[in-house]
Design a protein around this ligand. Structure first.
Ligand code: ADE
Length: 243
């Protein structure tokens, strides 16, 4: 996967691209990230990239010409997707991350200020994407969120460890709680069922915990689940028993 990121602050990406899973993917050549400094495409001696909004109002808007020059400077692969990070975009999700795998290239525009000139969206056919219902100071962190979520799905980046969490999220369920050593920590033990080694019982307990958590924390997701008779029985059993 190749990602071209248009930003006013390329330096924000350095530790992100150097360490951990993303760092390993870059070193292995599975992920190539090309940072494009928007300022280089700015207007006039000051290389301006923003101006006041037509119609008035607070803040500044990113001008179309520098953005278009930056977008056009990028060599596009055949299967390439252009994304603009914006709090007014469609909400990013695990399913959207998976759907990006059919592309060889993501071109990501990071907005700053009050947003970008709408004509860029119209002329470029970009998809506007938001990472959630809150306003950040720029699209750089959202771009990193998308690159991270997509990179961990690239073949060869993670082993099997990724798959179970992904599958449960795709199904619309939150993950069950996890425990590791020590067996007792500050007076708290580990649910007995996980220590008994009965795989069927463990699977049922985990399923019940995932269902009960989703119901309590994400009623919006829970409502959309297609529960089986067994799911209802498990929830009933473990909501009383605890474990
Ligand atoms: N820019 C500012 N806030 C954002 C958000 N929540 N998602 C994407 N881009 C943004």
């Amino acid at each position: 996967m190749r990602c071209d990121v248009i930003t006013l602050f390329p330096e924000l990406f350095s530790p992100f691209l150097d360490v951990g899973m993303v760092g390993r993917a870059v070193k292995a050549g599975l992920l190539v990230v090309n940072l494009i400094w928007l300022r280089e495409f700015g207007e006039g001696v000051h290389r301006s990239v923003d101006d006041r909004p037509y119609g008035g109002g607070p803040g500044m808007v990113m001008m179309a010409p520098p953005l278009m020059r930056a977008i056009e400077s990028i060599e596009r692969e055949k299967r390439s997707l252009l994304l603009i990070m914006s709090p007014a975009g469609e909400i990013f999700s695990q399913n959207m991350a998976s759907s990006f795998l059919k592309f060889d290239q993501l071109v990501i525009v990071c907005g700053r200020y009050e947003g970008i000139d709408q004509r860029i969206v119209e002329l470029s056919g970009a998809r506007e994407v938001s990472i959630g219902d809150y306003v950040l100071s720029g699209g750089e962190i959202p771009a990193m969120v998308i690159i991270d979520a997509v990179t961990r799905l690239l073949p060869g980046v993670l082993g099997d460890e990724a798959s179970s969490a992904e599958e449960s999220f795709k199904e619309g369920l939150l993950e069950y709680p996890q425990y590791t050593r020590p067996r007792t920590f500050m007076g708290l033990g580990v649910p007995e069922v996980l220590l008994r080694g009965n795989h069927k019982e463990i699977e049922e307990w985990r399923r019940a915990q995932a269902l009960l958590r989703t119901k309590a924390r994400r009623p919006d997701l829970f409502e959309r689940l297609l529960l089986t008779k067994r799911d209802m029985e498990l929830m009933e059993r473990y909501s009383q028993q605890g474990e």
